[in-house]
Design a protein around this ligand. Structure first.
Ligand SMILES: Nc1ncnc2c1ncn2[C@@H]1O[C@H](COP(=O)(O)OP(=O)(O)OP(=O)(O)O)[C@@H](O)[C@H]1O
Ligand SMILES: [Mg+2]
Length: 274
């Protein structure tokens, strides 16, 4: 096993606050794993993703105590961290900074010192892979949310990170978009890379056998599978996690793994088509 992320005795405290917003006693992520960060609004999910990628404290001020290592390196000292662990923000427009879609892919690669020829190959491959070649010269701020997300995914993939981090990636997507996203995450995992995702719809990913980092009252609990999460969490807390779990609670309790996004999405499509 290759540990790609190590977090130990982590405390994150925002300015003008006396107590840490979040504490992570210990969290290890191995290569190829899928982790879901669960927690209520405002519990600190995004804050955790920012600290792992060095956005906190490099771009957003907060006190960080404890240890974070990405593939053994401290993200606060490593120039390479943005390549090793790349994050898709919840609001894509906050992340789009260039004047054209293609520059969103070219610019970060050029910044990493990748040679021009390789950049051209990556550009045409990912524009094609995410089906956005026809919008390559558009201003990213004029894109629809789904197009904006595909642009960022292209940029993210072209950097070939070891860890893909997604902050509520379904938030702006329609049903087809959600199904495509599920397939993308499945592909990343099949290629042996690691995915960490925050979501209010954990049921979408159950068939990918995720592990959970559950935030409760400023601390986090590690559950290495769904049964552990259900065993150690009250029904009230679980029901608050997601609408689908609430609606189908009896089924989830009896056999959590019976919930398969592929079947669910197929059934939904059949229902819509009928
Ligand atoms: N830069 C900041 N300075 C001070 N407080 C902040 C800052 N950024 C976030 N917070 C606060 O920290 C808390 C956690 O925010 P965070 O965005 O991490 O929550 P979240 O779990 O991602 O919530 P959501 O589900 O709504 O996305 C919130 O109360 C938020 O207002
Ligand atoms: Mg958030």
């Amino acid at each position: 096993m290759n540990t790609v992320l190590q977090v130990k005795s982590l405390k994150i405290t925002y300015p003008r606050s006396h107590n840490p917003l979040i504490q992570i006693p210990e969290w290890y992520v191995e290569e190829g794993e899928l982790w879901i960060i669960l927690g209520a609004n405002g519990s600190g999910k995004t804050t955790i993703l920012y600290s792992i990628t060095g956005i906190i404290p490099l771009l957003i001020k907060a006190k960080v105590e404890g240890k974070i290592r990405i593939s053994g390196e401290n993200p606060f000292n490593s120039k390479d961290v943005f390549r090793k662990a790349t994050l898709l923000l919840q609001n894509p427009y906050d992340q789009l900074t260039q004047s054209t879609v293609e520059n969103e892919i070219i610019f970060p690669l050029a910044n990493l010192g990748i040679e021009k020829k390789k950049i051209r190959v990556a550009l045409s491959y990912y524009l094609n892979y995410f089906g956005i070649d026809s919008i390559r010269f558009r201003n990213p701020q004029t894109l629809s949310s789904g197009e904006a997300q595909k642009t960022l995914l292209s940029s993210m993939f072209s950097r070939e990170p070891n860890i893909f981090l997604f902050d509520e990636p379904e938030a702006h997507l329609d049903f087809k978009g959600k199904t495509q996203l599920f397939k993308i995450i499945k592909k990343i995992l099949e290629s042996g890379k690691t995915v960490i995702i925050t979501t209010h719809a954990p049921e979408n990913y159950i068939s990918l056998d995720p592990k959970f980092l559950f935030i409760k009252q400023n601390t986090t609990y590690v559950y290495r599978n769904l049964r552990d999460l259900f065993k150690n969490t009250s029904s009230n807390e679980i029901i608050r996690l997601s609408y689908e779990i609430q609606k189908n609670y009896d089924q989830f309790i009896k056999d959590p793994y019976s919930w398969q996004w592929e079947n669910y999405s197929k059934k939904m499509v059949e229902e819509i088509c009928l």
